[in-house]
Design a protein around this ligand. Structure first.
Ligand code: CU
Length: 162
């Protein structure tokens, strides 16, 4: 009986880790890479992940590329004094200080999947992309597409000037 129980727990753990796989590139660990499903006619979708730099030197996520979507960029959302959220293309990338964790999350730093227009991100699918770090090099990751939680992203205006 004991063996059976351990097998059941192992199956549960592997199911969980398949859902949120971790990736590494040098001293950088990439965890919880996910994206929210998008409406059928949405032009953009957001991608999120947690980046940990376990090294003793600062690094930078300089860019991201993907063959899965027409355009992909690193963005930052900011809310102005009138409560209007806008986002900006981070052309210099995202700094990753030594020994720190940087989280891409709704309302802040994010990956922007662009030009979707009729090809939405679908719950249960994955979006493959390549992260490009200044020092740690390149690593392929998959963003797991998950159902929307609330509508936080719906009210954002996309800054077309980027
Ligand atoms: Cu954006």
């Amino acid at each position: 009986m004991k063996t059976l129980r351990i097998a059941a727990i192992a199956a549960l753990l592997s199911a969980t880790s398949a859902f949120a796989e971790d990736y590494t590139a040098g001293d950088i660990t990439i965890a919880h890479a996910m994206a929210f499903e998008t409406a059928k006619n949405a032009k953009v979708g957001g991608g999120y992940m947690t980046l940990t730099n376990a090294g003793d030197q600062a690094d930078t996520l300089v860019d991201i590329r993907s063959d899965a979507v027409p355009m992909i960029q690193l963005h930052k959302s900011e809310t102005d004094a009138n409560g209007v959220a806008r986002m900006f293309h981070l052309e210099d990338g995202i700094p990753l200080p030594a020994g720190e964790t940087v989280t891409l999350e709704p309302g802040g730093l994010h990956v922007m999947f662009m030009g979707l227009d009729g090809n939405p991100l679908v719950d249960g699918e994955e979006v493959k992309a390549t992260l490009i770090f200044e020092k740690a090099g390149e690593v392929d990751v998959s963003f797991s597409v998950e159902p929307r939680r609330g509508d936080a992203m719906q009210h954002m205006n996309h800054d077309k000037s980027d």
